[in-house]
Design a binder for this molecule. Structure first.
Ligand code: 26A
Length: 342
């Protein structure tokens, strides 16, 4: 039985160890996510030529879907996104199937599966994405009878913020459905550029948000683009009290901050009140960290899986921290092959 539906951009991650000089050559920050410019397209063949390249399933919301599947029984989570008919999408499908994710790709014949260069320098990761087929997802795909059946079966929805660059109609369709049926709908802001350059798309769905997940730099980018200043608590409170379509549910705004405490603000739009809570992360011996690619996606996976099981806020955030700590001990945005329980 499908309980959770995730929507995003399926990508194959091409992960390599990099250097500050290499990042500088392509005008990249050490810890960021961007869409590849024409000059940056040269990064992919260069990364592929690296003898130590790691090809691993990626795509932020797809990583989260595998995270949800890690926690919940098999076939509890369905994932939608658009790919090409090629070996890359076969690899992604295989990873999803192994994880127990019900995968409903929209296949493109004219475009190849999207890819993301993951350039690691120490604990930082710079993500450079060529969306390709992922950019061609359409809301009509969700409306296909076999897919809409899964949407109707689900109780919890999660949309990767990167999808704001792709198909806002699909996001609204899920948000509207959730609001009408009193289900839980949420998004992740995914990267600062999403708030900077896709502000209108983001704002056009805020009435549907029952929860919003972001990290400190995405919250700051939201604050800047909405002229709210840089105080994270002020930004979280503002988001928590934005107008809401379904007033049966409060809105939860979660800001993760790497090793620092996670800030949560719960807003009650009907009374115009907010409540703030702070949760420390799990202190992990830093020597155990393999790479931080997918840490935020794993957090979201643990959090969303808990929502799907009607757990309380403390449990949900705790499970998010726990799954993130498992994820960063694996290479790439992956989870352990054996099951651990929270
Ligand atoms: C539209 N963009 C830029 C993206 C992404 C993305 N997923 C969807 N859309 N850019 C990077 N990622 C994914 O983020 C994960 C780490 O959080 C990478 O594929 C990586 O697995």
């Amino acid at each position: 039985m499908v309980n959770v539906v995730c929507l995003g951009n399926p990508l194959l991650d091409i992960q390599v160890q990099s250097t500050p000089e290499y990042l500088e050559k392509y005008g990249l920050k050490a810890n960021d996510a961007v869409l590849a410019s024409p000059e940056q397209m040269a990064i992919y063949p260069e990364a592929m030529a690296d003898p130590n390249v790691l090809l691993v399933a990626g795509g932020a919301a797809q990583n989260t879907a595998r995270g949800v599947a890690y926690v919940l029984p098999a076939e509890s989570v369905a994932y939608f996104g658009s790919v090409g008919k090629d070996v890359y999408s076969e690899k992604l499908l295989e990873a999803n199937q192994k994880a127990g994710v019900v995968t409903k790709y929209q296949y493109q014949t004219e475009h190849h599966t999207g890819k993301c260069a993951v350039l690691l320098t120490g604990k930082n990761r710079s993500l450079v994405t060529d969306l390709n087929a992922a950019n061609h997802f359409t809301a009509a795909h969700l409306k296909l009878a076999e897919n809409w059946k899964l949407v109707e079966e689900a109780k919890t929805f999660y949309v990767g913020g990167f999808h704001f660059t792709v198909c806002v109609d699909a996001i609204k369709l899920l948000g509207e459905h959730a609001a009408e049926t009193n289900k839980t709908f949420g998004v992740n802001l995914s990267a600062p550029f999403v708030c900077q350059f896709f502000k209108d798309a983001v704002d056009s769905t805020s009435q549907y948000w029952d929860y919003l997940i972001c990290n400190e730099s995405e919250a700051a980018a939201y604050g800047e683009s909405h002229e709210l200043g840089s105080d994270l608590e002020t930004i979280a409170k503002h988001i928590a009290l934005l107008p809401k379509k379904n007033t049966e549910k409060k809105r939860t705004v979660i800001i993760t901050q790497g090793l620092d405490d996670t800030i949560v603000v719960v807003g009650d739009v009907t009374n115009n009140t907010t409540e703030k809570k702070v949760f420390p992360v799990i202190s992990l011996d830093q020597k155990l960290v393999v790479d931080t690619n997918g840490a935020g996606d794993a957090f979201a996976g643990g959090y969303v899986a808990a929502l799907a099981e009607n757990k309380d806020l403390e449990y949900a955030v705790g499970q998010g921290h726990w799954l993130a700590s498992l994820g960063i001990q694996q290479a790439g945005a992956s989870y352990p092959s054996e099951k651990h329980t929270y």
